[in-house]
Design a protein around this ligand. Structure first.
Ligand code: SF4
Ligand code: SF4
Length: 667
């Protein structure tokens, strides 16, 4: 958001450049929400983060980063039943965790409006799969709205609360990563008066005691409400039929793909076909589609993923006796993100209309050049404690980044920053599926393959999300496994939301109710539990080795705060506190004369601050620590087998006066 105060105070007519996620949050604010929650997940995290950041200036707003999506959606339902408009956000796979409350919500209905904003992730750039959550609505009956641009993201969210209250459904607002993280101009509307946001829970046993025959009754009731909503959607502003001309060809689309389709028509110079823009992609009224079918012989459904719209349209075509042909996935991929180019190619193929020469040339050139561009793989931040953890694990199990050999230890991955350990050079994960699968799948592997030791990894946020029962299960069932909790005290990958482990916020303010993770693990019945600093790699590696020799469930907590948060806090303390400024400065340096280029720091640890430089004197090359990138974690200093890395300390009080060691250049 360009100006955070505009997010809170902007009114009708104001404009700002905002992210799609911020537009959704603003829409919820305009609608008068009193509750906002989520378990952080890319691409949706900023929806709640922007509300949370500004909550001190927003009257009567409760925000919560819940421990998981199941809890978060329950919280939103409780707020709605108390008469408070509520927004719950999550990423696509989050709905798997929240599927139980999503399932009963149609039965019980809502009181105040409830919107579930889902950040979908076609192409899975930040998820373990690219599931299309729209399919859930075939059984949860949650209506789905799909905004196609930043303005609609705000407007649809605002309107969704009214529709939610009118038909007593929680409404899903589906936003793919391209919309969540795109920025564009937003026109603001007015914010509802916030003074009267007060909870008042009224008993409603017929709806809320949803079991036995009442559940069956409620089932019938929501089917009726669904039919009423379908009728409403025939004439609503959300679904639009465009170009009702003479063409016998029609296109149906929704969301961001609709925006691509309109652009594709412009590029191809196609302006005469009938178009149905679905703002609601569920439910879809037979009557609306029948109207659209009138005069058409061919209909093309343009959408991402496996054809949720196409499935519904074909069913309606059958029910309404449409005699034409319906196409979709023959022209557009079922997998990956559908780009504007994909839509242009698909439409051009379907209409047998040649591509404009300029577009054809540009796309061929792009393909040719993209093959030549160097590929960049993801990696840990410089100084990330997870790098030290993976280094220690690989050392402990006798595995090297430079050797191609089979490990006799299975390493189970999980979801978080540390997932990056699966990438080269570490290649340190044998499987990775979903939140907290590492320990439970690993437990079964250790039961059946007695020749291999199993190490399961988990981050602190993922452990608190749903790992506690998984660990309890391992203990109760006598598993033989080493469980390493990488506790960096933040939900770091999604923008550094707090976890129960967070000791201090980045202003240095201590957190309330900090959990003692070691005590928690002990209380679950684990007798072998140790907490260590992963940056002390030799000690940590030795501890992993000895833990692997012990029977039963062993837990090692790799406890060190995320380096980014540590740096941010130190920067603000450094700025504000003269005493901190006096404590001096240091740097790490590789002494050319002692370095034998064993590659321990460069290849095994693979810290990106260590680079290969050309030696102007002899034309060879040498390893060098880039002082502008190095964050002085000291891990390379500890692991160098030849003591070639040294720490040089400065006293900042007298400019560049050395406290210890001399840079080799000066020697
Ligand atoms: S670990 Fe030490 S000796 Fe080996 S390459 Fe790095 S600086 Fe040189
Ligand atoms: S001290 Fe070494 S390992 Fe740590 S950031 Fe600097 S170069 Fe990298």
């Amino acid at each position: 958001m360009a100006k955070s105060n505009l997010f809170v105070n902007g009114s009708e007519g104001d404009k700002a450049i905002v992210l799609g996620n911020e537009a959704i949050a603003r829409g919820a604010l305009e609608a008068g929400i009193g509750y906002a929650s989520m378990y952080p997940g890319t691409p949706a995290s900023e929806i709640i983060a922007v509300l949370d950041k500004n909550k001190k200036c927003i009257e009567n707003l409760y925000t919560e980063f819940s421990l998981n999506e199941h809890i978060s959606l329950h919280g939103a339902i409780g707020a709605s039943w108390s008469g408070i408009r509520s927004l719950c956000a999550m990423k696509n796979v989050g709905l798997n965790v929240a599927s139980e409350p999503a399932q009963f919500l149609a039965y019980t209905g809502v009181k105040a409006g409830l919107v579930l904003a889902i950040g979908s992730d076609p192409g899975a750039p930040s998820s373990s799969n690219e599931q299309d959550d729209r399919w859930y609505s075939l059984h949860t009956y949650m209506p789905i709205m799909e905004p196609s641009n930043i303005q609609e993201a705000k407007d649809f969210t605002k309107d969704a609360f009214d529709v939610s209250e009118e038909f007593s459904f929680g409404i899903v607002l589906m936003a793919p990563s391209r919309l969540c993280h795109n920025a564009g101009v937003l026109r603001f509307g007015d914010i509802r008066d916030r003074k009267n946001i007060k909870g008042n829970f009224k008993k409603d046993p017929e709806n809320y005691l949803n079991l036995f025959s009442l559940a069956v009754k409620n089932h019938a009731k929501y089917l009726e409400r669904n039919e009423l909503l379908k009728k409403y959607l025939i004439e609503s502003k959300f679904n639009k039929i465009i170009n009702e001309g003479q063409s016998k060809i029609g296109f149906i689309s929704s969301g961001v793909i609709y925006a691509h389709l309109m652009e594709a028509f412009d590029i191809l110079g196609v302006y005469d076909h009938k178009i149905l823009k679905l703002g609601f992609s569920f439910p879809i009224s037979n009557e609306l589609i029948k109207r659209f079918f009138e005069g058409l012989e061919k209909v093309v459904v343009v959408e991402e993923a496996e054809g949720f719209l196409e499935f519904q349209i074909k069913k309606i075509a059958y029910e309404t006796g449409f005699k034409g042909n319906i196409y979709g996935k023959e022209f557009f991929s079922k997998t990956g993100e559908i780009t504007l180019d994909d839509v242009i190619f698909g439409v051009s193929r379907f209409l047998e209309k040649p591509l404009p020469a300029s577009f054809d040339f540009a796309s061929k050139k792009y393909k040719e050049l993209s093959d030549k561009l160097p590929q960049r793989s993801g990696t840990f931040c410089i100084g990330c404690p997870h790098r030290a953890t993976f280094y220690s694990i690989l050392k402990a199990v006798g595995f090297s980044n430079t050797e191609e050999k089979e490990r006799d230890v299975v390493i189970a991955g999980d979801i978080g920053c540390y997932t990056l350990g699966l990438l080269p050079p570490y290649n340190a994960m044998d499987f990775l599926t979903c939140m907290n699968a590492g320990l439970s799948i690993g437990q079964a592997i250790s039961n059946f393959d007695k020749n291999k030791k199993v190490i399961a990894l988990v981050g602190d946020s993922t452990f608190y999300h749903s790992g506690i029962p998984v660990l309890l299960n391992a203990v109760q069932n006598g598993a033989d496994i080493l469980y390493i909790i990488l506790d960096n005290s933040w939900t770091a990958m999604t923008g550094h939301q707090k976890t129960p482990s967070t000791q201090k916020d980045i202003d240095g303010k201590p957190s309330a109710n900090v959990l003692n993770l070691k005590d928690l693990v002990k209380s679950l019945g684990v007798s072998y539990v140790k907490s260590l600093d992963p940056n002390s790699v030799k000690r940590f590696s030795a501890q992993i080795k000895s833990a692997l020799k012990e029977p039963g469930v062993k837990v090692l907590i790799a406890k060190r705060e995320c380096i980014l948060q540590e740096i941010r806090r130190n920067k603000s303390l450094f700025k504000n506190d003269a005493k901190v400024a006096e404590t001096g400065e240091s740097l790490y340096e590789i002494q050319k004369s002692r370095c034998v280029k064993c590659s321990e720091c460069f290849v095994e640890l693979a810290c990106p601050a260590i680079i290969l430089k050309k030696d102007e004197d002899n034309g060879g090359d040498y390893y060098y620590i880039d002082p502008a990138s190095c964050v002085k974690c000291g891990v390379c200093y500890e692991i160098c087998p030849n003591s070639a890395i040294r720490k040089v300390e400065f006293d900042l009080k007298s400019e560049f006066k050395l406290k210890k060691g001399l840079p080799e250049a000066i020697v």
